[in-house]
Design a protein around this ligand. Structure first.
Ligand code: SAH
Length: 396
């Protein structure tokens, strides 16, 4: 087996079970490694540390799979690892009320580069690295054997694959996928998911628990759901007895799906409260017109895709939250999220504190939102934490 010896002093993260070996940490490669090969990673003295797959075309040259010298990374190994990840989902989710959730979450499940989501009886996979891409068939075979899905579809994130030097790839891998969107069930609410056309994987599974938590505060309130997409938060609020719900998204397709989702749940809605608009602009106009809601939700897309873009994103988060807070009065609630991995929860709180000062409001943080049970954060891999949110009460 090809051996990768690390530079002196670079073994610590590997010893602590972090999943990545950057090119700069490698002292020498012993043997002719092909991209995608399983390699043995040693410290500078040649002592075993871990096994992983290799890709010279990526800045993350090795992604680690196992820290146990006696393991062999073969077909059976992948099968067992995939099975284990799926079995971890057997607790904490009520399958009577929810049929869609994440089965495999990449490094957090010690399967770097692999994401598998279950939507009703179908699976949507993301093969994000070359090492995973090369083992696609082994992975599909394992998924089919363990779960017997009706269909397996690939929707890999283009940007991640480009960093790995592999072509963008989408399409049906096994079975069938209906042409029509499928109707999934989440906490007994129904949502249409189009695995072919939708954004990301067609539905944001990571907000399930946060939607349910926030619904407890919606009864009798007027709600503004900003960046609503297909209406996750809107439908939960409506279902919990909100007085009315206004939803805003810049995507007309998302708004169409939201309308269909209300219909699929036989919920009444007012067409004029489904608004296709830029949220930043909408909130400014709402300020000019003195509009008011009791509960405002802000769930923007990733405003800081990288650490480099963080200062700019910080200003965008602050501006967005300030505009929302300016509309609010004593007793109102703001549920505000960030899915930027490079932004920490503490930093996000700081941004909210600045936004409050500039809006002339006093806030309480009454709840911290995070990731649901099927999107775990692995202690040795803090990068798996990306979704955070704050429930804020305006107290003056
Ligand atoms: N809250 C949603 C997920 C939001 S994802 C849910 O629970 O499912 C982010 C959404 O923001 C996307 O639907 C995208 O179309 C929308 N978006 C991005 N930029 C926007 C902008 N400037 N104004 C309004 N919507 C925007």
């Amino acid at each position: 087996m090809i051996q990768v010896n690390l530079a002196k002093g670079k073994e610590k993260p590997v010893k602590h079970h972090h999943s990545w070996v950057f090119s700069g940490a490698i002292a020498k490669v012993i043997g002719q490694a092909n991209n995608g090969d399983i390699v043995r990673v040693n410290d500078n003295n040649g002592q075993f540390l871990a096994y992983g797959y290799y890709n010279q075309a990526s800045k993350i040259t090795v992604r680690l799979l196992s820290w146990s010298e006696s393991e062999t990374i073969d077909k059976d190994w992948w099968f067992e690892k995939i099975k284990k990840s799926i079995e971890r989902r057997n607790e904490g989710i009520d399958f009577n009320t929810t049929d869609s959730y994440r089965l495999i979450f990449s490094e957090a499940d010690e399967l770097p580069g692999l994401i598998v989501d279950k939507f009703q009886d179908y699976l949507v996979c993301q093969f994000l690295t070359l090492g995973i891409d090369q083992r696609k068939q082994i992975i599909i075979d394992a998924l089919v054997q363990i779960l017997q899905p009706k269909g397996v579809y690939e929707r890999s994130d283009a940007a991640a694959r480009t960093l790995e030097g592999i072509a963008v790839s989408n399409g049906l891998l096994y079975g069938t996928i209906p042409n029509e969107p499928i109707l999934i069930k989440e906490n007994n609410l129904h949502f249409l998911v189009d695995v072919n056309e939708g954004q990301k994987s067609g539905y944001f599974l990571d907000q399930r628990e946060n939607r349910a938590y926030l619904a407890n505060f919606a009864k009798g309130k007027t709600v503004l759901d900003c960046f609503s997409y297909s209406g996750g938060f809107s439908l939960y609020a409506k279902n919990a007895g909100a007085k009315n719900v206004t939803s805003i998204d810049s995507s007309a397709l998302a708004m169409e799906t939201l309308r269909s989702n209300y219909e699929a749940n036989q919920m009444a809605f007012a067409s004029e409260q489904l608004i296709v608009a830029d949220v930043f602009q909408y909130l400014r106009n709402a300020n000019a017109e003195n509009l008011h809601w009791d509960l405002i939700i802000l769930d923007p897309p990733k405003l800081a895709p990288s650490r480099k873009s963080l200062p700019r994103a910080e200003r965008a988060y602050k501006d967005l939250n300030m505009q929302a807070l300016k509309l609010m009065k004593e007793g109102d609630l703001l549920a505000t999220f960030s899915c930027s991995g490079s932004l920490t929860l503490e930093h996000f709180k700081q941004i909210l504190a600045w936004a409050a000062v500039d809006a002339g409001k006093e806030l309480q943080f009454i709840h911290e939102f995070g990731q649901p049970i099927d999107h775990p954060v692995r202690s040795a891999f803090p990068e798996s934490f990306y979704l955070k949110g704050l429930l804020c009460r305006v107290i003056s």
